[in-house]
Write a protein that binds this ligand. Structure first.
Ligand SMILES: C[S@@+](CC[C@H](N)C(=O)[O-])C[C@H]1O[C@@H](n2cnc3c(N)ncnc32)[C@H](O)[C@@H]1O
Length: 298
């Protein structure tokens, strides 16, 4: 099983009324977006919405995006099977990257965690250069490329697909790593002065673009594709100032918002699945000790 962590599309199971949108590749209906949870005096927000269509985030308002988008690796996920044509996946990628671009400040940055390659999925189309394709699409919609961090999460299960064993017939070559691609909107240099909270040791270690730390347990977190809080924590401390606004358009179990709360950044997370909104909320209360504010839906 070379690629294991990603499986993030889910068809909404509830009956829904307000509008019909194209989220990812499948046309699906979704509720009108809403503020699901707010804490830390409005500094931390979970939006239950489709990122492609949400109008709950202001344009030119975000300093940093840290995210791991849905991926398409043929894993059954609730009622949704995330096995769609690769071309459709790239169309979805272009849409969300374009939307993300419009929300950024001119000196805004994005840390995008994806696998390097795709070696699983639809028969005959399993092998794809995801990293190369996503970089090209991001540049097409306006993002500027800065650099790439290789994340070695030590997932040795990715090394168990050999293809033709001891034969040149059709061997597999798989790098058991993920990447964090760094983009920016217009200028890399931050426009305003701000306070950094990174230590000397962290700066020296993390500016070496080969990161080694373990992935997160799906079972422990209760989500099929979480990244560890360590990943957004590093990105946030390296690339944003204290008090900056950080967005995760695909919040999942809430890891990015936990890092925001612990590091005193404003955090906005968008999640299409209501159960995951609730999971993120519970994790925030437990792991970041944020104070709950009662909202509609509680
Ligand atoms: C790879 S997972 C993110 C996991 C997250 N980094 C964590 O640590 O838990 C992607 C998430 O995006 C959500 N998602 C898929 N399509 C979406 C959309 N159009 N808008 C918002 N969220 C979406 C999925 O439900 C899934 O939880």
């Amino acid at each position: 099983m070379p690629v294991t962590r990603y499986s993030c599309f889910k068809r909404e199971r509830k009956v829904i009324k307000d509008r019909t949108v194209s989220s990812g590749m499948e046309l699906q209906k979704t509720k009108k977006g809403r503020l699901f949870f707010e804490a830390a005096k409005g500094k931390i927000k979970i939006l239950h919405d489709d990122f492609l269509t949400t109008d709950l985030i202001d344009e030119n308002s975000v300093d940093l995006i840290v995210t791991s988008p849905p991926y398409n690796v043929d894993i059954h996920y609730g009622s949704f099977k995330d096995d769609i044509p690769y071309e459709k996946y790239l169309e979805f990628t272009e849409k969300w990257l374009g939307k993300a671009y419009s929300l950024m400040k001119p000196d805004g940055r994005m840390c995008l965690n994806i696998p390097l390659d795709k070696s699983k999925g639809r028969k005959g189309a399993g092998f794809q250069s995801v990293y190369a394709d996503v970089v090209n699409i991001a540049k097409k919609v306006g993002w500027k490329y800065f650099s790439t961090i290789i994340w070695n999460e030590g997932n040795i299960s990715r090394r168990t697909a050999w293809g033709s064993w001891l034969s040149a017939s059709a061997p597999y070559v798989i790098a058991p790593v993920e990447v964090v691609i760094i983009f920016y909107k217009e200028k890399w240099q931050k426009t305003n002065k701000g306070v950094s909270d990174i230590t000397r040791e962290e700066f020296m270690e993390w500016t070496n673009g080969l990161w080694t730390f373990s992935g997160e347990s799906k079972k422990k977190v209760g989500h099929p594709a979480p990244f560890p809080v360590e990943l957004p924590k590093r990105c946030i401390k390296l690339f944003s100032f204290v008090g900056d606004t950080v967005l995760d358009p695909f919040l999942g179990s809430g890891s990015t918002l936990i890092a925001c709360a612990l590091l005193n950044r404003k955090g906005i997370g968008v999640e299409i699945d209501e159960n995951y909104c609730d999971l993120a909320k519970q994790r925030l209360i437990k792991e970041a000790k944020v104070t709950q504010k009662k909202l509609w839906g509680d």
